[in-house]
Design a protein around this ligand. Sequence first.
Ligand code: MG
Ligand code: ZN
Length: 373
Amino acid sequence: MKVKKLFFLIGFFMVACSPAAPVQNPVTEADEAKKLNKRPLNIILMIGDGMGLTQISAGLYRNGNKLNLERFPVIGLHKSYSSSDLVTDSAAGATAFASGVKTYNGAVGVDKDAVSVPTILEEAESKGLATGLVVTSSITHATPAAFYAHVRSRDQYEDIAADFMKTDIDLFIGGGRQYFERRKTDDRDLWKELEAKNYVISALAKQELSDVVLDFNKNFGFFTAEGDPVPTASGRDYLPAASRLAPVFLNQRSKSKGFFLMIEGSRIDWGGHANDSQYIIDEMLDFDKAIGAVLDFAAEDGNTLVIVTADHETGGYAIMLGSSTDSIVPGFTTKGHTASMIPVFAYGPGAELFGGIYENTAIFKKMRAALNF
Ligand code: MG
Ligand code: ZN
């Protein structure tokens, strides 16, 4: 009797002390499809890098207590952790959305064993949908890269640019032209190769985005800068315009077969890393303008599912006592990311799938279910 009791206690102790093993959401695409009322033709996935609830709240209060995010009828929460860390990075976070797998921090388009995993953008392309990427980082940065590249580490920018050449993305707007034009690891001129692949490419030094004449028979590429484009407070203003242009272009390109577009407000995260509240708010409000442009398109189109979320929160940002709508008194707990759950906003046909609490990988499954992939 005593021995039995001892074993029971030891067992209880072991269970109580073992780390909480995260349980993957077992919901499948087929389960999701049953909940669907009407299928969307197009998906626009918008990622605010580092955009936690406080980043959204600070933007809201400093914008006269209103945001375009309030136009979304369905709101959920996702669990952002990666396979290696409770606190994810952007590479693992974007790979979860793009490919539906939890992977290690730093991984781009590969699983936890560094094996390539297909992405929803690649699948969309193979099924004849038009595809696009609009970012305020370089186009080879972790978040966009996870939708088309497959490398062990997010730092492999030239390898990521080389993987870009294996796709046929109809539209891209972002920085990072040096990884295409002046490569250190080989002699390829990927700008020329892109032109040979039916791209019309422009760059901000030569042309404003608003001056570009669209040719719907060709792919569209627009480089905004070498490396990462500047903060919006330093004059970067293309994201809302690009977010207005991209759906219209892709809608034409797709010839009614649908499109998949990812738009990233890349630099909300930079503001968090810098523990700079005004930087966060400026980038948040720029991203919200882009959201407004996309919602206007979706409202008129009626066949577009719009999803807005973030990969993770950055800065452990807080709005402290003494704050007002004119001035936020910020607090930060880290120069890095945090593991709090992240809001998901959905609008349009298929939005009904996005209520509730689920893994970040479920967003991939829900998008695939909505598109009937
Ligand atoms: Mg990013
Ligand atoms: Zn970050």
